[in-house]
Design a protein around this ligand. Structure first.
Ligand code: NAD
Length: 493
C-alpha cells in the first residue's frame, strides 16, 4: 500500500530515537529544556473535564473493551470524539451498544450511556470496518503474564495483524498502542507486524506511537482527566500532533521520547509504585514492633519534599556509601531481626549495593587492564570522608586482585586524614599514601584504563585526551549525552 504522497511530516530527530532523549518536536527550545530538566508534564492550566468537543474531533477506533479500553473510549467520546470500540467478546460489544459499561468503574456507566445515546460510541467485532471508519486506532488489549512470568504478547500481535491488514488500503492511518509492553516489543513485534500486513512503512505510510497508560482502576476516569504525566513514544510528527490534540485540554504537557523509552517508563512507574508500597509496609512492620506509629513516621517522611519525596537519590549510578546509610540500614535491620520482623526491602537495598560495586569491578576487569587510573576516593564530591566509601571498597578490591592503581581525589589529602577516617582507610587501603597522586595527568601516566568515580573540573579534558585510546569506566556520568560506546563504558548508561 506504499503511498509516496502520504505525509507524516518530518520523522522524529534521530536523537529522540536512539538516545531516549526528551524531545518536544513542535515546541520551542524552552519547553525542550524544561522537559529535559524534569519539569515536563507540569500543568499549564487545570483541565476540567466536561462534555462537548475539544479541539478537532477525531474518529477513533479503540481495540479492547477492557478496563483501559472502555474508560479510554468513554472519555474520548465525552471529549467530543467519536469512537468505534472493537472486541471479539460479544457480551462486551452488546453491552456497549446497549449503553452499558462493560466493566465496573465509578462514573463509567453514565459516560457510556451518554456516549451511545449521542451516537458517538458504538462497538463491533469487526476490526477492518472499525479501522475503515476511523483515522486513528488505539490498542488496549491485554498483555497478561505467561506461567513463567514472561509477557504474553499474543493479543497485541493479533491486533497488529488485524489493524495492519485493514490499514493496507488506507494510507495515513495512525496506530497507537496503550497496552503495557516491554521495551523492544514495538520495535521487534508490533511495527514489523503492521508493516508486513499493511505493506507500508511505519512513520511514513501510517503513523505509529506507544502511549503508556497510567490510570488506576476505581479512579480511572479521574486519572484520565488528571494524569501525573503524559508520555508519547513516537517516530513521526503527525502522530504526536494527533495525540497532543486528544490531550490538549488536560493541561499537561506531553513528554515525547523514543518508543523503547516510553515502553520502559510504564514498567518503571509500576516497579516504583510496588517498591514504595513494600518499603512503606516494611517500615510499618518495624514501627509496630518498636511501638511507634508507622503512619505518623511515613507522614513526616513524606513532608520532606527536598530529600524524600523528590528527585534526590533517583539518578542511576554507582553504589551508596558514607558514614551513615550503610551503618544505619544495618542497625535498623538488626533491630528488626531482634523483634522478629522480616526486612526483605532493607536487605535487598544492601545486597543491591554490593551488586553495584561488583558490577563496577567486573567492568574494570573486562577491559583487561592491570594498571588503572582511579579518579575519586571519598564517598562523594567535596568531602574527604572515606568511611564506607564504595570507591574505597572498589579500590581495595582491585588492589586485592593485583591491579596497580594511581588514585587522584582533589578532596583527599593523605597528610590531613585523621581519626576514624584515617583508621578506616588504613584498614582498607593501607598503602594509600603511595597510591595518591596530585593531578589527573599523573593519574593517567601508564594507565591502561581509567575509572571515573567523581565529577572533576579536569575530567572533560581528560576524557577528550583519552577518547578512543584508553578504556574509561564512568560511574558518575560525566556527560549526560554519552552512552556506552567503544572504549567508554557507563555503569548503567
Ligand atoms: N487495568 C489497569 O488498571 C491498567 C492500567 C494501565 C495499563 N494497563 C494495561 O492495559 C492493557 C489492557 O488492560 P485491561 O486491564 O484493560 O485488560 P482487559 O483484560 O480488561 O481487557 C482487554 C480486552 O482486550 C480484548 N481483546 C483481546 N484481543 C483483542 C483483539 N484482537 N481485538 C480487540 N480486542 C481484543 C479482550 O477481549 C478484552 O476485552 C494491558 O496491557 C494492561 O497491562 C492496565
Amino acid at each position: 500500500m506504499k503511498d509516496p504522497d502520504s505525509d507524516f511530516g518530518r520523522p522524529m530527530p534521530p536523537a529522540a530515537h536512539q538516545d531516549g532523549a526528551v524531545a518536544t518536536l513542535d515546541r520551542g527550545a524552552t519547553d525542550r529544556t524544561r522537559a529535559a530538566s524534569g519539569e515536563a508534564g507540569q500543568r499549564t492550566d487545570v483541565g476540567v473535564a466536561s462534555s462537548g468537543a475539544r479541539g478537532r474531533a477525531m474518529r477513533i477506533s479503540v481495540f479492547g473493551i477492557g478496563y483501559v479500553g472502555a474508560v479510554t473510549a468513554a472519555c474520548l467520546c465525552r471529549d467530543g470524539h467519536s469512537v468505534v470500540a472493537v472486541d471479539p467478546n460479544d457480551v462486551k460489544v452488546n453491552e456497549v451498544n446497549d449503553g452499558l459499561a462493560p466493566i465496573g468503574e465509578p462514573g463509567l456507566g453514565d459516560l457510556v450511556a451518554t456516549a451511545v445515546a449521542s451516537g458517538r460510541l458504538s462497538a463491533t467485532r469487526d476490526a477492518a470496518a472499525a479501522v475503515a471508519a476511523t483515522d486513528l486506532s488505539i490498542v488496549c488489549v491485554g498483555t497478561p503474564s505467561n506461567p513463567n512470568g514472561s509477557l504474553d504478547t499474543r493479543y497485541v500481535a493479533r491486533v497488529a495483524e488485524e489493524i495492519g491488514a485493514a490499514v493496507a488500503g488506507k494510507p495515513g492511518h495512525i496506530v497507537v498502542i496503550r497496552s503495557t509492553m516491554l521495551p523492544g516489543t514495538m520495535r521487534d513485534l508490533v511495527i514489523p507486524t503492521l508493516e508486513r500486513t499493511s505493506g507500508g512503512i511505519a512513520g511514513k505510510d501510517f503513523g505509529v506511537a506507544y502511549y503508556p497508560e497510567f490510570l488506576r482502576e476505581s479512579t480511572a476516569i479521574l486519572d484520565y482527566d488528571d494524569p501525573g504525566t503524559i508520555v508519547f513514544g513516537a517516530i513521526d510528527e503527525r502522530t504526536v500532533t494527533a495525540l497532543s490534540g486528544l490531550v490538549a485540554h488536560l493541561g499537561v504537557k506531553p513528554i515525547v521520547v523514543d518508543i523503547d523509552t516510553a515502553e520502559m517508563i510504564k514498567y518503571v512507574n509500576n516497579a516504583w509504585h510496588a517498591a514504595k508500597i513494600s518499603f512503606a509496609n516494611e517500615i510499618g512492620n518495624i514501627c509496630k514492633g518498636v511501638g511507634v506509629d508507622g503512619h505518623t513516621v511515613m507522614n513526616v517522611l513524606c513532608q520532606d519534599t527536598r530529600l524524600n519525596i523528590s528527585r534526590a537519590y533517583l539518578t542511576p549510578g554507582f553504589a551508596f556509601g558514607g558514614s551513615c546509610l550503610p551503618k544505619d540500614l544495618r542497625a535498623l535491620r538488626y533491630k528488626a531481626r531482634t523483634i522478629d520482623v522480616a526486612t526483605p526491602m532493607l536487605n535487598s537495598a544492601l545486597f543491591a549495593n554490593e551488586i553495584q560495586l561488583e558490577r563496577a569491578f567486573q567492568m574494570v576487569a573486562a577491559t583487561g587492564a592491570r594498571r588503572v587510573g582511579f579518579l575519586g576516593l571519598s564517598f562523594k564530591a567535596n568531602t574527604d570522608d572515606l568511611r564506607e566509601s564504595p570507591l574505597v571498597e572498589l579500590a581495595e578490591k582491585l588492589l586485592g586482585k593485583g591491579y596497580s592503581l594511581k588514585i587522584y581525589d582533589p578532596s583527599v589529602s593523605y597528610s590531613e586524614l585523621t581519626g576514624a577516617n584515617l583508621q578506616y582507610v588504613m584498614s582498607h587501603v593501607p598503602h594509600l599514601s603511595r597510591l595518591l597522586v596530585d593531578t589527573i595527568e599523573e593519574m593517567c601516566v601508564d594507565a591502561e584504563a581509567v575509572v571515573i568515580g567523581k565529577k572533576d573540573p579536569g575530567i572533560a579534558r581528560l576524557v577528550k585526551r583519552l577518547r578512543g585510546a584508553t578504556p574509561i569506566i564512568d560511574l558518575v556520568r560525566i556527560d549526560a549525552e554519552q552512552r556506552s560506546n567503544g572504549a567508554y563504558t557507563g555503569i548503567c548508561w
